[in-house]
Write a protein that binds this ligand. Structure first.
Ligand code: ZN
Length: 292
């Protein structure tokens, strides 16, 4: 009896002390960063799985339930999650805070002229794939630290310490990744989707073109024919692609030219063995340095 009372008291105490911040993230990369900063002080869930294309998420009713009781939802922004607003509306959660992590990011490929939506370009506000540059992951982590601290000021020193630890860990990995990719600097590659510009700029890779004629537009025979000449002309050895895209067109290019098709995860849990941001970049860097 005594034991039961003691455990009941411990349980009660722990639920009061650990009144967790309830966080939902659109992607698994944000999810992992929130876990790094919030650790056991947050309860976090994500919407888009790591092996799904975040541009085109098929909506499930359960996503609204996830948002119903959340304190805050973090998104990548720049038009990546056009599916999010209807989920927020459907959640009927008036207290839900929406945080756009792109605000402090130096954006690339922001269109200057008028966007013609009929062209189907799914990067109308600039390229949203900024999380693939680890320097941007630091900015995302910083903003997450600030938001969590606002929601739970008592824990702000704790979040700040976790942030500092994460940055130290990431900085040492960035040096390692730069060293590993140094030998392949300047070598031209193709990518399937236009998602690698931030990564390529950080590590000195040269992107010579995309298999998609425009972001979100499926490959065409005429565009593939142009790519075959480009692969031969520039001696391109590798096509980098997210593992959730169809590899039909890349395989055709490979058959015609011998170019290697390398599939990677661009999100956490995108393939087995990748359960953190650092493991994800590790795996991308290794795929490139082993195959180029
Ligand atoms: Zn995209």
């Amino acid at each position: 009896m005594k034991k039961i009372i003691i455990s009941a008291i411990i349980f009660l105490f722990s639920t009061i002390t650990f009144a967790n911040i309830k966080v939902v993230t659109t992607t698994t990369v944000i999810y992992d960063l929130v876990k790094e900063i919030g650790k056991e002080k947050v309860k976090v869930d994500y919407l888009c799985r790591g092996d799904q294309d975040p541009h085109f998420l098929e909506i499930l009713p359960s996503y609204m339930l996830k948002l119903r009781n959340a304190d805050v939802v973090f998104k990548i922004g720049l038009g990546l999650e056009l599916w999010l607003q209807q989920l927020i509306d459907g959640s009927r959660n008036d207290k839900l805070k929406l945080i756009d992590l792109s605000t402090d990011i130096e954006k690339k490929e922001v269109p200057t002229g008028k966007i013609d939506a009929s062209q189907g370009d799914i990067h109308p506000y600039g390229n949203p794939h900024y999380w693939l540059d680890p320097e941007n992951a630091k900015k995302m982590a910083k903003q997450i630290t600030e938001v969590l601290s606002d929601l739970s000021p008592d824990n702000s020193a704790y979040f700040q310490k976790n942030f500092t630890d994460f940055i130290t860990k990431l900085d040492s990995k960035i040096n390692e990744w730069k060293t590993k990719l140094n030998p392949v600097k300047g070598k031209p590659i193709l990518t399937f989707h236009k998602s690698w510009v931030y990564f390529a700029d950080r590590f000195g890779l040269k992107i010579a073109g995309q298999v998609e004629p425009k972001p979100g537009i499926p490959p065409t025979p005429s565009h593939n024919a142009e790519l075959i000449s480009e692969i031969k002309r520039s001696n391109i050895k590798l096509i980098l692609m997210e593992n959730y895209y169809s590899d039909n067109a890349p395989n055709q290019l490979s058959k015609a030219t011998g170019v290697k098709v390398v599939k990677v995860a661009n999100a956490v849990y995108g393939q087995s063995g990748i359960s953190s941001y650092i493991q994800m970049i590790d795996s991308i860097v290794n795929s490139l340095s082993n195959n180029l």
